[in-house]
Write a protein that binds this ligand. Structure first.
Ligand code: ACO
Length: 431
């Protein structure tokens, strides 16, 4: 295998080192190129740029492979649960029984929202968007716990076990608080029960009437969160790394990640899928008409939940969620016409030349909304659910940045295409 690549610029050859990842991925190291040649690499949106070395997640979009710390997502989905997978992603290995217990205990001890922090909720209008509330409240954690968020890697890493557990646990509690606040309901206090059951209690328990968790519901929630736990250098994770690279503490970096997730091209797609399925249903279409309009090339009529920036194959998470959808709805005795429409769309698209030739397959968002709806989670909270699930990935990536002995601030270059130098024109001479 080549160890260097030769690039010839203006007749002069430049030898660039070739790097190889543990799964055989190859990269050309261009770090010295600008210094030596004056050229930068142009890669709008970083689609072909390796911005870091990372040991957390391996993703092969062409072959539909996703592994966390080496473990295939299919095995984790089948045999692990969210908190254990979170530990794996953050710490690099599956926990032994004591490590798992300690991690869970720490999360339970720090599950509640500080009384003073609760007052922040009251500053929002009832109809405030959930992601806007979540971002603000998570970023406020840096102000509420200043000794844990010093913007100094050494001291912040010394408290990392605590801040990591706090962040995952509190983000979950805040999401439930956002739901209850928006609906004018009193907050519930977290209980000493497993992570997902606690979320369902925080969301749905009523005064004198505790929510009774059905094991299938708890398992399905675990699965949804686990399947979102990390996904390599996506927009929000790269944002966390970028903000963290400036020395920013974990809470502040996480808040930045949540901001990035709020966009419709990233965390908002699951909501768009549900809106699409509902529209198809309301219009009395069985999906056939919609499929035809999705092939028009009009961005406003895309088949939402299909296609992916890196997968050119079936998103392995979509396959797992699609199967879980059937199991959960069957167990709960729910008949959802939107699931029938989704299946028809998938069947039709997977036979259609338009989708096949463009390698457009279902992504994780295609079925996740249907499961969340079956669990009683309202559409307005879907993106915040994604944030709970993705928190371990963000935390692990922040830790990688903070732990690098020779880390540098993320600072890309650009190709300037604005006006060339010109002289200032005084106001009186401007027309
Ligand atoms: N429906 C119909 N046509 C599509 C779709 C779709 N969902 N996605 C892509 N195409 C078409 C494009 O029109 C284009 O066609 P053309 O070659 O004739 O011009 C071709 O497929 C390639 O499309 P691009 O936009 O270049 O593909 P890209 O990889 O940039 O887009 C994206 C990926 C944004 C996810 C896109 O597939 C999409 O908009 N999908 C729907 C939204 C969605 O489900 N997003 C969730 C992503 S998963 C996540 O964030 C967790």
């Amino acid at each position: 295998m080549a160890t260097t690549a030769t690039l010839t610029l203006e007749g002069k050859p430049y030898e660039l080192p070739v790097m190889t990842g543990t799964e055989g991925e190859k990269a050309i190291d261009v770090r010295q190129l600008r210094k030596e040649s004056g050229y930068v690499c142009y890669d709008q949106g970083y689609g072909n740029t390796g911005s870091c070395e990372s040991q957390i997640t391996y993703l092969d979009g062409d072959n539909g492979i996703l592994r966390h710390r080496g473990y295939p997502i299919e095995q984790l989905a089948e045999q692990s649960e969210f908190v254990e997978t979170a530990y794996l992603i953050i710490y690099g290995d599956l926990p032994n029984p004591k490590e798992r217990r300690d991690f869970g205990d720490l999360m339970r001890q720090h599950a509640a929202i500080d009384t003073q922090m609760l007052r922040i909720f009251e500053g929002f209008p009832r109809e405030a968007p959930p992601m806007g509330m979540l971002t603000s409240i998570v970023s406020s954690m840096a102000a509420y716990y200043p000794s844990l968020a010093t913007n100094n890697f050494e001291s912040d890493l010394a408290n990392f076990d605590l801040t990591a557990a706090m962040a995952i646990s509190k983000i979950r509690t805040i999401v439930a608080g956002v739901y209850r606040y928006r609906h004018g309901m009193p907050f519930n206090y977290p209980k000493d029960i497993p992570f997902c059951d606690n979320f369902l209690h925080l969301m749905f328990s009523e005064p004198y009437k505790d929510y009774v968790t059905i094991p299938e519901v708890s398992r399905a929630l675990n699965l949804i969160l686990l399947l979102h736990a990390d996904h390599e250098q996506n927009c929000s994770t790269s944002t966390v790394r970028m903000v963290g690279s400036s020395g920013a503490n974990l809470f502040t970096s996480l808040a930045a990640g949540i901001c990035a997730l709020s966009g419709p091209l990233h965390g908002g797609a699951n909501t768009a899928v549900m809106q699409m399925l509902q529209t198809i249903h309301d219009e009395g279409d069985d999906g056939t008409r919609f499929i035809e309009s999705a092939k028009s090339g009009d961005k406003n009529h895309r088949l939402m939940g299909f296609g992916h920036a890196v997968y050119r194959n079936y998103d392995p998470r979509a396959r797992i969620i699609g199967h879980a959808c059937d199991v959960v709805l069957n167990k709960l005795g729910i008949v959802d016409p939107l699931l029938d429409i989704a299946k028809k769309l998938e069947e039709a698209a997977l036979k259609d030349e338009y989708f096949l030739s463009r390698k457009l397959y279902p992504n994780v968002d295609f079925y996740s909304g249907i499961i969340m709806r079956a669990l009683g989670i309202p559409t307005e909270l879907f993106t915040t659910m994604f944030a709970i699930g993705r928190s371990p990935g963000w935390i692990a990536n922040w830790k990688e940045v903070a732990s690098q002995p020779k880390g540098r601030i993320y600072r890309p270059r650009q190709l300037y295409t604005g006006p060339v130098k010109r002289d200032y024109v005084p106001m009186a001479r401007r027309h």
